[in-house]
Design a protein around this ligand. Structure first.
Ligand code: PBG
Length: 326
């Protein structure tokens, strides 16, 4: 055959494949979500999320030392709250679990960048991200609590707060509250386009945070929508988000791509618990090669346009990338 282009020429060996590779993957792109519990010496595997753990603060510090030595730049903390009430008041207790965890981490492992989740679902008896009045998840009253929560985390020394609640106007309100309290340097990563997804199942098991009644469709986005994601992201950028996020990641690669095309803002994607679980469960059955599925999935999220990825694979990826630079 007389062919001008033979694309296989640039696939012949590792060296040339590496040279023409369009997308890179680095440990610097990774944020590791972690689950903090009360107690000491606790490191307990989460049954719905293999290789991920409930850790008490002392063990969190030890884990983060290891993560930092692997080059992982950031962690995103979720707290397991035992003291739930209707309005999630434990969320802004300066002596609360997350506040203590942040103080310990900033003191003991100053190099790791600490983010905290801002939402009420682990703190409310209803399991909703906001305050429930009748059948309604009330927006504005919830935003007031989220602001208190963010300021309380900032007082503890958090680097970045991550509102994951999907109330309207919360990014601007949190920005104002942080600034007024003197925390101009505390950053905001907004879960801007967060969909009402079934892929959060294992996470809700880990935090005992599933809604006790109803679902989250009045605040999280309809999986059928795509233009709306761009509007949500634009709104959060205007309100002062430093980083915006699309969540979940793998089932929403088109959204990541679209946002990237529209806007040049730092963009995160959350490879969520159920997406992680799909790979882990298939690997356990011997249907998938776990390591290759992990790399291919993370790469896809990067290729679609994400700058950074929240992933439960972060430690495994860091070890893999250390041994096989990409
Ligand atoms: C809660 C929150 C959820 C996740 C992150 N923050 C669950 C939800 O919205 O119900 C999901 C993360 C995951 O599944 O890995 N605001």
């Amino acid at each position: 055959m007389e062919l001008t282009h033979r694309y296989r020429r640039t696939r012949r060996n590792d060296a040339i494949r590496g040279l023409v590779r369009e997308t890179g993957l680095s440990v610097r792109d990774l944020i590791y979500p972690m689950f903090v519990v009360e107690g000491s010496g606790v490191k307990r595997e989460i049954s719905t999320m293999p290789d991920n753990y409930h850790v008490s603060i002392d063990m969190l510090v030890r884990e983060c030392e290891t993560l930092a030595s692997l080059g992982i730049p950031a962690v995103n903390l979720f707290g397991y709250c035992e003291d739930k009430d209707l309005k999630g008041t434990s969320s802004y207790n300066d002596e609360g679990l997350i506040q203590r965890a942040v103080r310990a981490l900033k003191k003991e492992v100053p190099d790791i960048y600490v983010q905290t989740d801002i939402a009420l679902d682990p703190y409310t008896t209803t399991g909703h991200d906001g305050i429930v009045v009748g059948d309604e998840i009330v927006n504005d009253e919830t935003v007031e609590v989220l602001c208190k929560m963010a300021v309380s985390h900032a007082r503890a020394g958090v680097d970045m707060v991550s509102p994951s609640d999907m109330m309207d106007g919360r990014v601007g309100a949190i920005r104002d509250a942080l600034d007024e309290a003197g925390f101009e340097q505390t950053a905001i990563m907004s879960y801007s386009a967060k969909y009402a997804s079934c892929f959060y199942g294992p996470f809700r098991g880990a935090l005992d945070s599933a809604p006790r009644r109803g679902d989250k469709k009045t605040y999280q986005m309809d999986p059928a929508n795509s233009n709306e994601a761009v509007k949500e992201i634009l709104m959060d950028v205007e309100e002062g988000a430093d980083v915006v996020m699309v969540k979940p990641a793998l089932a929403y690669l088109d959204i990541i791509y679209k946002v990237r095309e529209h806007l040049d803002v730092p963009l995160a994607a959350y490879h969520v618990s159920g997406e992680y679980g799909q790979i882990m469960a298939a690997a356990e059955k011997g249907w998938l090669d776990k390591e290759r599925a992990m790399i291919e999935s993370t790469l896809a999220i990067k290729r679609a346009g994400a700058d950074m990825i929240l992933t439960y694979f972060a430690p495994a990826l860091a070890r893999y990338l250390r041994d096989h630079p990409f």
